[in-house]
Design a protein around this ligand. Structure first.
Ligand code: FES
Length: 292
């Protein structure tokens, strides 16, 4: 039994499969690349942080219970999702374990539909459900194409007794890890350019002001007799957005009750968070308060 992969697998398929396979393979690889190069995807202080995205879906998704568990290990799942997208995309393009890769793409699309786009109406405006249908169709095309020729071309599950198949799968895994780390070197550096937050005259001593930091994440600015200082509003526990409690002069997380002290470098006053809120560098420059 021979298995076809690489260029051979492209030659052996009809045009309609080539189009769908190219689209799915490129899109999934690009999905991984977009995450790898996104400066906020793995950054707990960013609104683009995977945990923050998951957090925004909880409560609107029929699989909220699963998302809540994912949130507990958000960074680990962020890596898993990014590497899976690379692996599925590369495997589809390279023709490695095609059926298994196709089932992986189908599973991801269904999970994304149930979490990210479940509430999109009408249903066809969300992309994940059509992708699930496309993956399912492609899966049956792959099976039919294999069965029609009477060849073993990577079964439903990869044949791990086939040494070459194992080597190919290992190759896909290595390529995925390399791509993820290569993408990291393209992440934009945090801006060194000062951004104006407010006119100095508009923020009095004792005021607390919300603003959006240079990286797009929500933040609080404080002005006291000692000067100005600011913190990210992204809770260091699992990425919820903290609020200012003016009665206690604390920053309070609505999700699991963490509290932070803005007068003491954002130190944790109450768990479950254990890490202080990230500080944002601000200063009074001329007539303005700026992020530096
Ligand atoms: S996200 Fe859990 S306490 Fe803030």
């Amino acid at each position: 039994m021979t298995s076809r992969f690489g260029l051979n697998s492209w030659r052996a398929q009809p045009l309609y499969m080539t189009i769908i396979r190219l689209w799915l393979g490129v899109t999934w690889t690009y999905g991984g690349w977009a995450k790898a190069t996104d400066g906020g995807y793995l950054d707990k202080a960013s609104t683009n942080y995977f945990g923050a995205q998951i957090n925004g879906m909880i409560g609107h998704s029929p699989i909220s219970f699963l998302l809540t568990h994912m949130l507990e290990h958000a960074t680990l799942f962020a890596w898993f999702v990014m590497l899976s997208e690379f692996a599925i995309g590369i495997a589809v393009l390279a023709g490695v374990a095609l059926q298994a890769a196709t089932l992986g793409g189908l599973s991801m699309s269904i999970i994304l539909w149930l979490s990210a786009t479940y509430n999109v109406h009408p249903y066809f405006l969300g992309s994940d459900l059509p992708y699930a249908v496309l993956w399912l169709s492609f899966f049956f095309m792959v099976r039919k194409s294999n069965n029609g020729r009477g060849r073993h071309d990577g079964g439903l599950l990869p044949n791990l007794r086939d040494r070459r198949e194992v080597m190919r799968i290992a190759g896909v895994a290595v390529a995925s890890v390399i791509a993820a780390f290569a993408g990291g070197s393209f992440r934009p550096k945090k801006s060194a350019v000062s951004a104006i937050i407010a006119k100095s005259a508009d923020v009095k001593i004792g005021d607390v002001k919300q603003f959006t930091a240079v990286d797009g994440s929500p933040a609080f600015l404080f002005r006291t007799k000692a000067g100005v200082f600011a913190y990210s509003r992204i809770c260091t526990h699992q990425g919820c957005t903290v609020n200012y409690d003016s009665l206690g002069n604390q920053l309070a997380c609505p999700c699991h009750g963490a509290r932070y002290d803005p007068t003491n470098n954002g130190a944790v006053l109450a768990g479950p968070a254990v890490t202080p809120l990230p500080k944002i560098k601000v200063a009074i420059v001329g007539n303005n308060i700026v992020q530096i």
